[in-house]
Ligand binder design. Structure first.
Ligand code: CA
Length: 370
């Protein structure tokens, strides 16, 4: 089963006429945790209260759920709600949202596109995981329509973005008991789980506004995440990509936090890219260490994203601007249609797997409001 006992991601669901509450995906059902475990923390409309309990509670709860599903079906059975009877909601309340830039290939490609007279990478790139603070209030759950943004497209030019793009990323979701401060310790003490994330990007707005302070309105109109948060504990770990030069001590890797996750990007059901997460240069433990090294504290619900996942091959690039860059043909869709950037009505879906485990999908359809 692709949503079996090794997976068990958390989300927030509601049945018709009832308020949202926390559940765990199992097969084609959602286990109603407040009812099955008799724990009111799961009656909340977000994962935040549960995430704030900390790592040992996450582990114990996961073990309890597995045991109940595995051996106690007479108890759990009545609390398994078929997926078609539920609506899925934002799984957690986003506190602060940070987006990193951890793929060497993506940073090189985009650097050359935005700054053609350079080799792409800025002098700091191999020394620290570059990031910026995004807009947590516009992080939306999969299925939410994405309105094409308007903005400044150049000097004296205003209108709807003509270069609407996506970025295929992973998002790391933070849970911290209130007594935990900064700097952060090991990743597994602070990160509850992983979502898929689409960082919708208006390249024309971005290209005009980003110097010198970085992304702003070209990004802040929408960021989509998957409804299921896969526990970090469920994901298989692999060694991170070798780094040269060796990073400073606070960024030194103490454990393997590479993740062997295969990503797939589709436009209107046609697969256009298959980015491999395992090749990312900066790993999430390093992102967390960097994000807190200045004394900045963490809050439950913080979300930090990997940045676009791109591999070395063309068909592994995680954004359209890279896929169609440098004389590459436009993206071919069924029926002879092509794309350089997204058109109204296009649906973008990002899926991912880690071996036999699925991380589900994040999907969104572009609409224009006239
Ligand atoms: Ca991004």
């Amino acid at each position: 089963m692709s949503w079996g006992l090794d997976n068990l991601p958390y989300g927030v669901f509601s049945r018709r006429g009832e308020s949202p509450r926390v559940g765990v995906r199992y097969g084609d059902s959602v286990l109603d945790l407040a009812a099955a475990l008799h724990d009111e923390v799961f009656a909340a409309p977000s994962l935040n209260p549960f995430m704030a309990r900390g790592r040992s509670a996450w582990h114990d709860t996961r073990t309890l759920i597995r045991n109940k599903l595995d051996s106690d079906r007479s108890v759990t059975g009545p609390h398994l709600v078929p997926l078609e009877q539920v609506r899925l909601h934002m799984p957690f309340e986003v506190a602060d949202y940070v987006d990193f830039y951890c793929s060497l290939e993506h940073a090189s490609n985009v650097g050359k596109i935005f700054r053609p007279d350079t080799d792409g990478l800025t002098p700091n790139w191999r020394h620290l995981p570059i990031g910026y603070h995004g807009r947590s209030g516009t992080v939306v759950v999969s299925g939410t329509p994405v309105t094409r943004p308007h903005g400044q497209l150049g000097a004296g030019r205003f209108g709807p973005s003509a270069k609407l793009d996506i970025e295929a990323e992973l998002g790391f979701v933070v849970g911290v008991p209130s007594e935990m401060g900064s700097p952060a310790g090991p990743l597994e003490e602070h990160v509850f789980g992983v979502t898929l994330l689409n960082d919708w990007s208006a390249r024309d707005i971005q290209g005009w506004e980003y110097v010198p302070l970085g992304p702003f309105l070209g990004k802040s109109f929408a960021t989509s995440i998957s409804p299921w948060v896969t526990p970090l504990e469920a994901l298989p770990r692999v060694p991170g990509r070798p780094q040269d030069p060796a990073p400073l001590d606070y960024l030194r890797r103490r454990e393997d936090w590479g993740l062997d996750i295969s990503v797939e990007v589709s436009i209107n059901d046609e697969v256009v890219s298959r980015p491999p997460y395992s090749g990312m240069y900066w790993t999430p433990d390093q992102m967390l260490a960097h994000m807190t090294v200045n004394g900045a504290s963490l809050r439950t619900g913080d979300l930090f994203a990997s940045g676009t996942i791109s591999g070395p091959r063309r068909e592994e690039r995680g954004s359209l601007i890279e896929l169609t860059w440098n004389g590459s043909d436009p993206i071919k869709l069924p029926g002879g249609e092509t794309r350089t950037f997204l058109e109204n009505g296009d649906t973008v879906t990002i899926r991912a797997t880690a071996g036999d485990l699925t991380l589900g999908e994040v999907s969104g359809t572009v609409r224009q409001v006239t």
